[in-house]
Ligand binder design. Structure first.
Ligand code: MSP
Length: 511
């Protein structure tokens, strides 16, 4: 995150059902990274949205007794509503049924057809409906067991006439590109998986579906009997949203800046193989980075609607508050690895990290300011040791975010929190007060007030509500949205600022 602009995307979520915790996860991570980048003075464009075509969505519409358009209008609102509840600061929400997206996908198809990149033919493949993904015979680890290599569910054999993109022709350059750009696919383990796929010939990518079998899709402009394959349509969103081919945004964000795509590991193949090849075939530059994160598991299984084990983010927020939820998702597992979701783990984090460490530091600092300095920030000069701790924390937070590792950034923040709690215990302010050591007491409290202000600034991308509350309780009235790093960290808290202590930030949860 060192250049002046930042273009970040989440996957487009299928609207066959309401959003669950897995969807909220990527979107919260994206929001955190976007807020942090804005705070560091970058021009950010965070794109999210919904993937609304295809067989799976059409089937869900039928089951709900609605026309597909009416159904997707309804479910895409559930995603928008949830993002509002989760404080997601996206810049644009694209729906693949947006007229501008549809016509741009058709333009892409026309271009590929015109340059002879598409072949027409009859092919047999095995289709996994939940993943909306086709597999070739060679993709199955056991040739007799035809189950989806990603989700392990039964696949359906399909033979039909479609249009195909020849992926194999692109294998050499894509392999070279990945090897020459070690950051292109992250984390490293996922990059190795893609490189392993590139050791074998690639199958054809079928990019259409016959109208008579799947009617809910974007019409193929040169073949009225076909609609566009939902993945081809959906992947293009990352550039249609920017006004490809001519848009100013496309030039600035895609060409000059380069996109960072956050995706789950189950859709890595689509993003790391199909998408670069589609772009290359269209003569468009590749994204800067594709980061594949892990899954949230419940009792060892991926959380998903079909397994009936989904957690509704609204229920968690209702029970534990928004920032408790955000904190757990961002802190519990390294971004990239699988995580186990359980209420017990969530409660443990809230009690240990938020109530005990952070909540306690804020509450006791404000209580001491109330008691010993008449509720005002005392005059003081910042202890160089405290100053150094704050700078070290700021540096580590930025480095963690740069590596797309929010959990590491949070760990650095907790080092500062824990050191500050320790300082209180070691300095024994109650003894300093009793013994009338006024200057030492004021210096300690001044340093703690500065730590709280720094925490508010640095925590804001992760826990926006908590950060605003810390700032308000410190008696500062600016909105963190308008603060810029590192400048805001350098401005000392004015002595005499009247604090406005409130309730503890995170009440301890009883067993
Ligand atoms: N519509 C496609 C993506 C198209 S992007 C151009 C799709 N949609 S999805 O709704 O099925 O999944 C969206 C994202 O949610 C994926 O990145 C997927 O990995 C993520 N998750 C779904 N369940 C998940 C968990 N249990 N845990 C973490 N993320 C998971 O795929």
């Amino acid at each position: 995150m060192s250049e002046g602009r930042f273009y970040l995307t989440t996957p487009l979520y299928y609207v066959n059902a309401k959003p669950h915790l897995g969807h909220a996860y990527t979107t919260i991570v994206a929001d955190c990274l976007a807020r942090a980048s804005r705070q560091r003075g970058k021009e950010v464009f965070l794109l999210t949205g919904t993937d609304e075509h295809g067989e799976k969505v059409a089937q869900a519409a039928r089951e709900n007794g609605l026309e597909p358009q009416a159904f997707v209008d309804q479910t895409s609102e559930l995603f928008k509503g949830l993002w509002a509840r989760l404080g997601i600061s996206y810049d644009h929400f694209i729906r693949t049924t947006d007229p501008a997206h549809r016509s741009t996908v058709q333009e892409a198809l026309r271009r590929l057809e015109k340059q002879g990149a598409l072949q027409r033919g009859t092919y047999t493949f095995w289709y996994c409906l939940p993943c909306e993904t086709s597999w070739a015979a060679g993709d199955f680890p056991h040739p007799t067991q035809k189950v989806c290599p990603t989700c392990k569910r039964a696949v359906e054999e399909v033979t039909e006439e479609d249009f195909f993109l020849n992926l194999e022709a692109h294998r050499p350059w894509l392999k070279r590109h990945i090897l020459e750009h070690p950051d292109f696919i992250q984390p490293q383990g996922r990059c190795n998986e893609v490189l392993a796929l590139l050791e074998e010939p690639l199958p054809q990518l079928c990019i259409t579906r016959p109208q008579e079998r799947v009617s809910w899709g974007i019409e193929v402009p040169f073949s009225p009997a076909h609609v566009t394959y939902v993945w081809f349509d959906a992947l293009l969103n990352y550039i249609t949203a920017l006004g490809w081919p001519e848009g100013k945004r496309f030039q600035e964000l895609w060409v000059e800046t380069g996109a960072i795509h956050l995706v789950g590991k189950d859709i890595l193949r689509h993003h790391a193989l199909y998408w670069p090849i589609i772009l290359h075939a269209l003569g468009v530059a590749l994204p800067k980075k594709i980061f594949a994160h892990g899954w949230w598991l419940i009792k060892g299984e991926k959380m998903s609607k079909s397994k009936g084990n989904i957690v509704d983010p609204r229920d968690v927020v209702e029970a534990y508050g928004l920032d408790g939820f955000r904190y757990f998702l961002l802190r519990e597992v390294p971004f990239g690895e699988d995580g186990i979701f359980s209420e017990e783990a969530l409660r443990g984090r809230i009690n240990a990290d938020l109530a005990n460490d952070l909540g306690n530091l804020v509450y006791r600092t404000l209580t001491m300011l109330e008691k010993h300095t008449q509720g005002g920030v005392p005059p003081g000069k910042l202890d160089p040791a405290v100053k150094a701790e704050i700078s070290e924390c700021q540096k580590k937070v930025s480095e963690g975010l740069e590596r797309l590792a929010p959990n590491e950034a949070l760990r650095a923040l907790w080092v500062l929190i824990n050191k500050s709690n320790l300082r209180i215990e070691r300095s024994q302010p109650w003894t300093l007060a009793r013994e009338g050591k006024r200057q030492a007491l004021e210096e300690l409290l001044y340093g703690l007030a500065e730590v709280l202000r720094a925490l508010a600034l640095l925590l804001w991308p992760f826990l926006p509500t908590t950060a605003e509350s810390i700032l308000k309780q410190l008696g500062l009235t600016t909105s963190l949205r308008d603060e810029r790093l590192p400048d805001s960290l350098e401005k000392p808290i004015p002595p005499g600022t009247a604090i406005a202590k409130g309730q503890p930030l995170f009440p301890r949860l009883e067993p």
